[in-house]
Design a binder for this molecule. Sequence first.
Ligand code: FNR
Length: 420
Amino acid sequence: SDIYRAGISGARPAVPVHPDALERAARRALSAEAFVYIQGGAGTGRTMDANRAAFARRQVWPRPLRDVSSRDLSTTFLGRTRPTPLLLAPLGVMELAHAQADLAVARAAASLGIPYVLSNQASFPMEQVAHEAPAGPRLFQLYWSSSDELNASLLRRAEASGCEAIVVTLDTHLLGWRTQDLDLAYLPFTRGLGIAQYTSDPVFQQLVRERARASADQPAARVRMTAKTVAAGVSMARKTRGITGAGVRDGLRSPLPRVAVETFLDVFSTPALTWDDLPKARAWTSLPILLKGIVHPDDAVRAMDAGLDGVWVSNHGGRQIDDAVPTLDVLEKIVARVDGRAPVVFDSGVRGGADAFIALAMGATAVAIGRPYAYGLAVAGEDGVREVMRNILAELDITLGLSGHTAIAEVTRDAIRDVP
Ligand code: FNR
């Protein structure tokens, strides 16, 4: 009702309310490269479309006359009662959207009591984010580095800076085939963007020093290594899509010492990671550990059997594989197999409160929002993030009431139906 009242008083919204208009406003606010990096998906974008189409195959089934005059969006997640069932998904490189990046997001999240999952590829160190919004609930998302010392250090810092849990993202051990980014020969990471968690880390700094020393000893090897690491990401694109060498040269024009960017590219991911490695994380932290990027029910069961603390059903917003399974289509099976043993977070394609309602009805414990808040950040900074999230919450609240419910826990499968 605040939103309606603001409208009556003539106050203009900071961000467009319709999700498509919001996306268009972000496109206008951003450079082509930044917008494409945020908005784009893998291949031809069919996974993104499938994520949305899966929502269109479900419908809310309203039941009037049930006294919905007072409604409660609160939800229990990771042992605490939260004011809402939403999370802010980890988004890397948000300096592309706004100079205040994660700091602005953290302030907005804290003001709403929404847990913010800070990205491994954030633009500010986690300690600075914690300092900016000390009261805000936070989780830390890890990309499992090939350096165990670095993983251990990042998780130690997450714990020390007040994160409640660790989210290990499992779907990005290789970077997806992002056609639009490739067409613009744009690789933000090779410019040294989104690597603040690393450059602020003592273990990473040591790795950089070691590498700098080694390359000073061996200048020829350094040249070869530079060519190898930086060109790796675009060499295929050059071969198959005729991108010129300009992208490679451009990528090397980094605000950071080249050796730091090269070290990052070396340690960023672990394609060799298997289930056998996961127990190591238990030694690195006593925080609960959730696995993000689970889309197969058998993997959800395996996560439970391995003693993990939650699964996060995600296809990375359709950014990793073209023609991947839409997350909403696998959610119910995963919820059934997890069988209440642990929380099941859901994301990919949620654009409004009715979408969140559907995911909750299908058994999600919490629903994470990705691109919409990045668009809010691009259009109006901290206020934009807050307003986008408030709009989603307002629609969720209205949908809850109009469908005949007064609390999130009441929203079960019979609140929706599949399109015949
Ligand atoms: C992401 N995502 C992501 N995931 C993650 O675990 N670590 C990360 O650093 C990032 N970075 C990132 C950047 C950008 C620009 C986008 C759009 C996405 C994936 C993200 O956490 C989430 O899974 C999706 O964004 C959810 O889909 P929607 O809501 O964007 O459709």
